[in-house]
Design a protein around this ligand. Structure first.
Ligand SMILES: Nc1ccn([C@@H]2O[C@H](COP(=O)(O)O)[C@@H](O)[C@H]2O)c(=O)n1
Ligand SMILES: C[C@@]1(CO)OP(=O)(O)OP(=O)(O)OC[C@H]1O
Length: 159
């Protein structure tokens, strides 16, 4: 049996924070604001996985009012979500991820992100795709006010 899930997340760009996307720290003048480390891409992967197993979203599992998640490493949150997926008897078929950012250029970091996400979802790199797009300077992403991401995942029941 197959289950599909999708996720969407946005974080504001602000000065004085590290920029961490897909588990990779990217040198940039601004970083993403959030209760956790604000890794927009790992949050979106987690939400897509939770969607696929009908388990709500990361806000339900890791409330942003809980001090336990202050500056949390989003890789740890995704590891927890992936454990839930495995407990339900599923494995990953593939995940397709899109980062929506005017700047910085994601191209040099795409492969390391792919490898990190594959490691967290216990799959081969070829089952993970990470891509980036600008919004041609339009909207909040185009003005550099924030970064968004979208992810689709397909799971299948383990044999
Ligand atoms: N932050 C970004 C955005 C885009 N890219 C790469 O550039 C290509 C062209 O972007 P368009 O928005 O003009 O389609 C895109 O396909 C990505 O490969 C990037 O590295 N970082
Ligand atoms: C990850 C959590 C938990 O610390 O906080 P944020 O980093 O603010 O991220 P967001 O995507 O806004 O919501 C989920 C939160 O509950």
């Amino acid at each position: 049996m197959f289950r599909i899930g999708q996720g969407f997340d946005v974080h504001q760009l602000t000065e004085g924070r590290p920029l961490i996307i897909g588990g990779i720290e990217i040198p940039y003048e601004k970083g993403l604001l959030g209760h956790s480390d604000a890794d927009v891409l790992l949050h979106t992967v987690a939400d897509a996985c939770l969607g696929a197993i009908g388990e709500g979203d990361i806000g339900k599992h890791f409330p942003d009012t809980d001090p336990a998640y202050k500056d949390a490493d989003s890789a740890k949150l995704l590891e927890h979500v992936w454990k839930l997926v495995k407990e339900k008897g599923y494995e990953l078929v593939n995940a397709d991820c899109t980062i929506i950012a005017q700047k910085p250029k994601m191209a040099p970091y795409i492969e390391p992100m792919r490898e990190r996400i594959a490691q967290l979802l216990e799959t081969d790199n070829e089952n993970i795709n990470v891509k980036a797009t600008t919004t041609e300077k339009l909207g909040f992403t185009g003005r550099g006010e924030g970064i968004a991401s979208q992810v689709a995942v397909l799971l299948q029941k383990r044999k």
